[in-house]
Design a protein around this ligand. Structure first.
Ligand SMILES: *Cc1c(COP(=O)(O)O)cnc(C)c1O
Length: 818
């Protein structure tokens, strides 16, 4: 609940030149820019942002859901269709959002920490929260909301109950930081470091640093590495740290990596400060030093600092989804619990369509700054708006307020109490969100409810997939539709889990190879149109029953399907005609035009939804003439067919690599396949994609082996010298093919490449780890980048498509979203 609120009339006076306010007293709690994340409809103000497809279309949908206040920019938009809503006109709604946030920021005088830098912003922000929350009531950016949109939305969360704010700011080009500075107006600046990311927007490193430092234009205190001190504004109180310059305020003398963490010895104002953090990597050490200096500047005592630093825990911003017992999906977010991350997790829960029932297991929410009654009232209202059916509350505090939650809820004093009474059969066909503060140890609940996960998993990064989707979207001409190919278990990455994401992102069509794949999607809540590329006669009934749309590729398939429809009394059923323009796989030949036209004109059983063909070498310049010919054949064919049958249909031919290479062939729709999963045969696109799938396993056992001893079946592997081998749980039955044995294939452990030794077994294989620092239980990466995929493909004399689709179904997929 916001204490500090505005009426729409007040907001209008601040940001709009011209408005229509039938309900001027409407109170606004929530600012919304993403129509998919709507809750609390009445008190929401929606900003129609430019650069989004048909942005004003969202107004209608949101109005129906109950949103009553909008900021829009198209003066031609007819607001009289929405008589019960307030409309604020602004030529630039993003600017209006930022201005509103800046005004809101001005209402508060408590300290605001502004963090920027290339890496570590989110970690430093979250760690400062972990370190300072016991003394302050802190408002901070949710996740990594640090962009031109994310920053104003974060600032809007400032309220009278807080006494410290921590916000991060991220930019990708010049000019952006000045705007963020005006909104955040930090009083204390923190600079993490500079790296090479987002270099495109800047002419050089100097410019990038100078630009980032604009966040600190008006800070009183600034904390950074001494190497950047020349960029600091003149009048600021500068606090620096350094590893090699003893004139820095915090001089770090010694860093030693130990078994359980890292010890850092330093001096600050002639005091010796020693801390130990439970991390061993370099980035964590650097981030911890930055946090240490902030704590010193805040005046904490050595013992407080030492104690808090030793208890830092990893920042896990990701939500993991995996399959659970009794056909459930488990969304695991058992690392932190506060209101904004709860809201984000509930959004993700809400996007899942695979089960009707949604359950939340929630611990006490700690350090919110609200009193219990207020807090759990807010939580209860939030749950209602997000359609959660069942709540299980764990903790003394939430239990005290159980009367605020619906009848379908139960409460337990702590996690072990819940586990003691756990009846697994009470969970079935539902999506379960686990959201617990770290101290509640929800990992135990997660492992009780999850299916046994083998130690080999394929991790699917849903953010990366969304990124790739948006990349190709940005390459489409206006009005071109997008069909995404989710055949073959989504190129190995998953079925409804992927389709859910695509549906949520409003793609136009999905395509699968076989009817049963389409049926699975339908049974898991996917309502998008679905094309089936290889419909079999035996599956026609299932196709019609589940409203799947078949590809028709020959006279006999057309006749068979039409007969089926006629018997079933169905007319105008949508079909997709496949034309063979040179692939010579499935498809009508162009000279079958007469047959098709006559058939369509005389029968009313089917309606042509689309006509399409497939390019055979769209990525390859040496075949460009052939590609041109294929494009021209389909153009000619569809023109004639449309004239003959008297109606138009969708025309499409582009696969992934054609989308950017052959924009003139985008026609009405494109079919995105492998690009969605992070690979494009056309290298210019490839560089802009993010890797979606990571295949990893673990070291099961390590052995000392003498030179000359043999390893594995057939004694094919011979130890070249005295050394060690590691046995890992992945074999050819998992998709790590036998051809990768005997040193052909490799994996990565702790960043180092290690090669196979001996033949690959069915479920396991052995790696030569001589001279490497490897322990049992260590994580082993099979592939985690496009480069590795290409490398593996090259060694196996195949293409990345085959590597991805070979990962067997017994390898558990874990989906995550950050
Ligand atoms: C698989 C497939 C695609 C997608 O191809 P990519 O190269 O993966 O983009 C497109 N069209 C048809 C007919 C397909 O079978």
């Amino acid at each position: 609940m916001k204490e500090f609120t505005y009426s729409i009339e007040q907001i209008s006076a601040l940001i709009s030149e011209k408005s229509s306010l039938p309900f001027p007293n409407q109170v606004i709690h929530r600012l919304l820019t993403d129509s998919r994340k709507v809750t609390e409809t009445k008190n929401t103000l929606f900003f129609v942002l430019k650069g989004r497809k048909n942005a004003h279309h969202y107004i209608k949908d949101l109005y129906h859901k109950g949103v009553r206040s909008f900021v829009y920019y198209d003066q031609g938009f007819d607001i009289t269709n929405f008589p019960d809503a307030n409309f604020l006109y602004s030529p630039d709604p993003l600017r209006a959002l930022q201005n509103l946030a800046a005004v809101h920021r001005g209402k508060f005088s408590f300290p605001v920490i502004g963090i920027t830098g290339s890496n570590g912003k989110t970690v430093v922000k979250e760690w400062l929260y972990q370190l300072l929350a016991y003394k302050y009531t802190i408002v901070r950016s949710p996740k990594s909301y640090n962009s031109q949109i994310g920053v104003p939305l974060s600032i809007w969360k400032m309220d009278t109950l807080y006494n410290l704010a921590i916000f991060e700011a991220g930019i990708s080009q010049t000019g952006e930081m000045e705007r963020l500075e005006k909104i955040i107006k930090p009083s204390i600046g923190v600079f993490t470091n500079i790296g090479s990311s987002h270099d495109e927007g800047f002419s050089d490193k100097e410019e990038k640093i100078a630009e980032k430092f604009k966040l600190f234009a008006h800070v009183n205190k600034l904390i950074c590495n001494k190497e950047f001190s020349e960029y600091a504004p003149q009048s600021v109180d500068l606090y620096t740290w350094s590893l090699d310059d003893n004139t820095a305020n915090l001089y770090v003398k010694e860093i030693s990596v130990e078994d359980t963490g890292t010890s850092i010895k330093s001096t600050y104002e002639d005091r010796e400060i020693s801390i130990k953090i439970p991390f061993k990597d370099k980035a964590s050490t650097e981030n911890a030093i930055t946090c240490l200096l902030v704590m010193l500047v805040f005046g904490y005592s050595e013992s407080e600092i030492e104690d808090k630093m030793s208890k830092l825990h990893p920042v896990k911003m990701r939500l993991e989804m995996k399959s659970g017992i009794n056909n459930t999906s488990i969304i695991d977010d058992s690392y932190n619990s506060d209101l904004s991350s709860l809201e984000i997790a509930l959004d993700f829960l809400n996007h899942q369509q695979q089960h009707q029932n949604k359950t939340l297991i929630l611990s006490d929410i700690q350090q919110s700054g609200l009193d219990g009654q207020q807090l759990y009232q807010t939580v209860a209202r939030l749950l209602e708006s997000k359609g959660v059916d069942k709540v299980i509350g764990i903790g003394e505090e939430i239990s005290k307020h159980q009367n605020l939650f619906g009848s379908n809820s139960s409460f337990f004093s702590d996690t072990s109490n819940f586990l003691d009474k756990l009846d697994l059969s009470a969970f079935r066909d539902e999506t379960i969100l686990l959201k617990g503060a770290r101290t509640f140890g929800f990992e135990k609940i997660s492992s009780a409810l999850s299916q046994q996960v083998h130690e080999t998993i394929l991790e699917i990064n849903l953010n990366a997939m969304e990124h790739n989707l948006n990349y190709y979207r940005s390459k489409l001409k206006p009005g071109v539709k997008l069909m995404t190919m989710v055949k073959a278990f989504g190129y190995g990455s998953g079925s409804f889990e992927i389709a859910n994401l695509l549906q949520f992102n409003h793609v136009d069509y999905l395509s699968v190879a076989y009817a049963d794949e389409g049926v699975t999607l339908r049974q898991n809540g996917i309502t998008l149109p679905i094309m089936v590329m290889s419909p079999e006669i035996s599956s026609l009934e299932a196709i019609v029953k589940h409203q799947l749309e078949p590809e028709i590729f020959s006279q006999s398939t057309l006749e068979a399907f039409s007969n089926y429809l006629q018997n079933a009394g169905i007319s105008n059923y949508p079909i997709h005609l496949k034309l063979d323009t040179g692939m010579h796989r499935l498809g009508f030949m162009p000279d079958e035009l007469d047959f098709i036209a006559d058939f369509i004109k005389t029968k009313n059983t089917v309606k042509i939804q689309s006509v399409f063909s497939h390019l055979v070498a769209s990525e390859s310049p040496i075949h460009d003439d052939f590609t041109r010919q294929q494009i021209s054949i389909i153009k000619d064919f569809t023109n004639k067919l449309e004239q003959r049958i008297g109606y138009t249909f969708i025309k499409h031919i582009c696969n992934t690599s054609a989308i950017t290479r052959w924009p003139e062939a985008q026609f009405d729709m494109v079919r995105l396949g492998i690009g969605l999963y992070g690979v494009d045969n056309f290298s210019e696109d490839d560089e802009n994609l993010e890797q979606v799938a990571v295949l990893k396993t673990t070291v099961s056992q390590i052995k000392q082996i003498k030179r000359g001893e043999t390893i594995g079946y057939g004694r094919r592997g011979v130890m070249p010298e005295d050394g060690q081998i590691a046995t890992v749980k992945i074999g050819y039955a998992d998709g790590f093919l036998r051809a990768l044995g005997n040193g052909v294939g490799s994996m990565f452990i702790n960043g180092e490449e290690v090669f196979t030794i001996g033949n690959i077994c069915m479920d396991m294989c052995m790696l030569n780890i001589t001279g490497k620092n490897v322990k049992e239980g260590d994580e082993v990466i099979v592939f985690n980048s496009q480069k590795r995929l290409y490398k593996l493909a090259e060694k196996l004399n195949t293409i990345p498509y085959e590597i991805l689709t070979s990962v067997s179904q017994r390898v558990k997929r874990v989906y995550y979203y950050e």
